[in-house]
Design a protein around this ligand. Structure first.
Ligand SMILES: [Zn+2]
Length: 96
């Protein structure tokens, strides 16, 4: 069964703070990563364009994908439960 999972749209991150993947606006192929491991599709939280298809999201922690269709930034970290934005700082401190 195919599932479509919406990624969380975030504000544009500051340069050098996150790994941002982007394609040219209007590029014909919207998918950043594709594989055959699963039938799930991770889609833009704004316009539901597929961004990651057939791969486990666990491989893409902490990436930001800029949707080529609507230009929104989608975070791969929080496809599951929505976290509050300030939790990123707390998580980093906990890992030290
Ligand atoms: Zn989009």
């Amino acid at each position: 069964m195919k599932r479509r999972i919406r990624l969380r749209v975030i504000p544009e991150p500051d340069p050098d703070t996150r790994s941002v993947f982007e394609k040219l606006i209007g590029a014909p192929d919207s998918v950043f990563f594709a594989g055959g491991e699963t039938t799930d599709a991770y889609v833009c939280g704004q316009c539901e364009t597929p961004l990651i298809v057939g791969l486990q999201l666990t491989q893409f922690q902490n990436l930001v994908l800029r949707c080529s269709q609507c230009g929104k930034h989608n975070e791969t970290l929080t496809a599951g439960p929505v976290r509050r934005t300030q939790s990123a700082k707390q998580a980093r401190r906990r890992h030290r």
